[in-house]
Each structure stands twice: as C-alpha cells, then as structure tokens.
Design a protein around this ligand. Structure first.
Ligand SMILES: [Zn+2]
Length: 402
C-alpha cells in the first residue's frame, strides 16, 4: 500500500524531508511516497484563531466525552494569548482530494497532508469519512515536548498511528468507539488532553483489545510488523537522544554511498545535509582525528580537492581549483564561514547535548578537530561493487570446488 505524504507550502521543507526519510527507513509493504509539490496550492483560505489560555490550547475538542480530570503541565514555550492560522477539516481533506485527482492516485492509497496550520477541533491529526485522507498538524510540538525535541519523531509517530487506525477500524465512528477515552498509557489513547501524547509515545505499546482489532480485520502480519518496527524505532531514537548526554554516548555515524551521505544511525537515521564544500571539509576532518590547523590546510590541498570534486556538480578543473584555493587560503574568511555553517547544521540536527561530539571545534589558532570516537563511524560505500566481487568470488569457488 502506498502512503502519499503531502507537504503543505508553509511546512519547512527540511522537516518534511526528515519525516519522510525517517518513515522510509523501515522496510515493509507500506511505501511512503514524496509529493510533487507544485500541485498543492498556497493556503489562502485559513482563518485566524486566538488561544487565550494554555488549558484551552492543550485540549482538543470533542462534543460528547467527559473532560479529563488530571492535567500535567508541560514545558512552556508558547505565550498566551497565542494566535494561529486555522482551517476546517473539510478544507484540509479537500487539499488531499485535489492532489488525488491531479495525480490520479489509486483509491487504495492513503493521502496524508502534513501542515503547520491548525484545525478547527485542535486535533493532532484527523481522518476523512472515507478513511482515505488524513491530515497531521506539524506545528506546536515544542510546546508539548520542549525546545529540544526533534519534531520528526512526533510527526512520524502520528502518521503511523493514523495508518494503524486505518487498518484497525472500519470508519470514524468505530475509531471513536475503539480508542481509549481514559488514557492508560497505550498508543491508542485518545489524548483529549494533548499533553498526554508524551506518555503515549514513550510506551509505544498496543493493548490486547487493540491487537484484536488487527486480528478481527485480518490485517496482514507484514503490516503490523512494519508498524511496530517504526514505533519502536521512533521510541528508541527519542530515548537515545534524551539519554545520550547523561550517558556520554553519541550516536554512530554512517557514511553511505558514492555521494558519501552522512547519517546519524541512532537518531532514526537522520541525515546531516551538507553542500559539496561543507561535505568535503567535514569528511576531511573526519579523516584527520589528530586535528589540523586552518593555516596548514594548504598542505592538504590535494586531499580536499579530491573530496570536493566528488561532490561538486562542477567538472571544470579550473573552477574547482579556484574554489579550493579560496577555501584554504588562510587570509580568506571562506573557511571560517564554511566551518560555522557546518556547525550550525550539526547543532540543528543533533541538538545542544550532542553537538560537541560532532562539531569541528578548537580554539582560535588551535588545531580544529572533530571529537567523535572514529570507532563509531561506519563507511558503507561502493556497496554494489563489493556485492559484485562477493558474488563473482562465490561463483568462482563454486566452479573450482565442483
Ligand atoms: Zn487498546
């Protein structure tokens, strides 16, 4: 089954790509597909709403359920009164339908709109009456999890929860009857008090009754397995991140493929996206655990040029050469600009607590170096070539043995 993830124009593109990539990390019958963005219209029709009180903001609206008594206070980052853009559920699902029509998407596929714009009932996400269209709100997560949260996790988590509900329940009414109105710490808790989502995400567990919904509706095992792998993966990455500074344990790093993409293995496979120049410099410093003075970079011109030519779209040797000359010229500020851009991207990716392990650090005039234990780096490169060699040698030995 295909799950099309749509990016609403106001949603940050990097957040969108990170969520998509996180979900795509887990293999299974569900395929998460990126949207073709030009199809989704600018959102002009949203209204504005003002939240005067935190308590109201943290509560989603339901007509018939009793208000939960206990209310936990969470990290407070939003100042009230707080204004936000809001749309009706109808408007949100209409965006899904437009995309379906334009792209001629199969009736069997799910379409999930990711949007920063809030919705009339203040839900984290919702489903259309035909159970085929969904929306997930991508904003405000910092309010519930604090500013250190990597918002990929709750967003991806919501995508999975709604996909699970698609399999567990026949329609909207069944969903409302099936979810736990009293939160019991399982993932199908209906968080009328939105701050309870934190408990839900930490357990990532499904109760027996909910497991039975899967069985009753003959959900193929491969789907349920994929759901649980994603939920566990999200939980582990979240826990890893929050414990890592305490345990002094940074995530492993994987350098993958011909273009040497850089991934944080234990942080849900988050990619560190660097431009060609930044990547050349970062990999260069990874290759030199001893550290290199900026004024000595000129001695490594060949190595840096080789790295840069691999990533740059530029094939003109003269232009590459000039770019590197500028980069390693100690009298030019270029290298400092590149270093601070790399470090800013690292901080954004791994957060304050892990930053020191990965940044290119060192006092002014000192050697610059990356502190990370190189044992934590795996190079997964030229895989196809290795597979080919392995296969050939197997064939070869097979022949001699017979
Ligand atoms: Zn349950």
């Amino acid at each position: 089954m295909n799950v099309h993830l749509l990016r609403s124009p106001e949603l940050n593109e990097e957040t969108y790509r990170n969520v998509l990539q996180l979900l795509q990390n887990f293999q299974g019958p569900m395929h998460f597909i990126a949207c073709e963005e030009e199809i989704i219209e600018e959102t002009i029709n949203s209204n504005e709403r003002i939240w005067n009180k935190k308590e109201e903001f943290e509560r989603l609206e339901v007509n018939s359920f009793a208000v939960q008594e206990s209310r936990k206070s969470s990290a407070f980052t939003i100042k009230f009164p707080y204004r936000e853009r809001v749309k009706s559920w109808k408007q949100l699902f209409a965006a899904c339908d437009t995309y379906r029509k334009t792209k001629e998407i199969s009736q069997n596929d799910l379409v999930v709109l990711l949007t920063d714009i809030s919705n009339e009932l203040n839900w984290f996400g919702g489903v259309s009456p035909n159970m085929k269209n969904y929306f997930i709100q991508t904003s405000n997560w910092e309010h519930f999890f604090g500013n250190t949260i990597d918002i990929r996790f709750p967003i991806a988590y919501e995508v999975i929860i709604w996909a699970m509900r698609y399999f567990m329940f026949e329609n909207n009414v069944a969903i409302m009857n099936g979810v736990h109105k009293k939160p019991i710490g399982y993932i199908m808790d209906f968080c009328e008090d939105k701050s309870q989502i934190i408990i839900k995400m930490r357990t990532a567990d499904v109760c027996d009754t909910c497991m039975n919904h899967f069985k009753e509706r003959d959900t193929p095992t491969l789907y349920t397995r994929q759901f649980f792998e994603i939920l566990d993966g999200i939980r582990n990455s979240m826990t890893f991140r929050s414990r890592s500074s305490l345990l002094q344990q940074p995530s492993r790093l994987e350098i993958r493929g011909h273009s040497r993409k850089i991934f944080f293995t234990d942080l849900g496979g988050l990619e560190l996206r660097l431009n060609p120049k930044e990547k050349a410099i970062y990999l260069f410093y990874l290759n030199h655990p001893e550290g290199i003075l900026i004024s000595h970079l000129q001695d490594y011109k060949e190595e840096i040029t080789q790295l840069y030519s691999r990533f740059s779209n530029q094939s003109e040797p003269d232009i590459i050469n000039r770019a590197i000359e500028t980069l390693i010229n100690p009298l030019d500020n270029d290298i400092n600009v590149v270093l601070s851009r790399i470090n800013a991207k690292i901080k954004k990716a791994v957060g304050e607590s892990l930053f020191d392990y990965y940044c290119i650090g060192g006092e002014r005039g000192d050697r610059k170096k990356i502190r990370l234990d190189r044992e934590l780096i795996t190079y997964n490169i030229d895989l196809i070539y290795f597979r080919f060699i392995k296969k050939m040698s197997k064939l070869f030995f097979h022949k001699i043995n017979n």
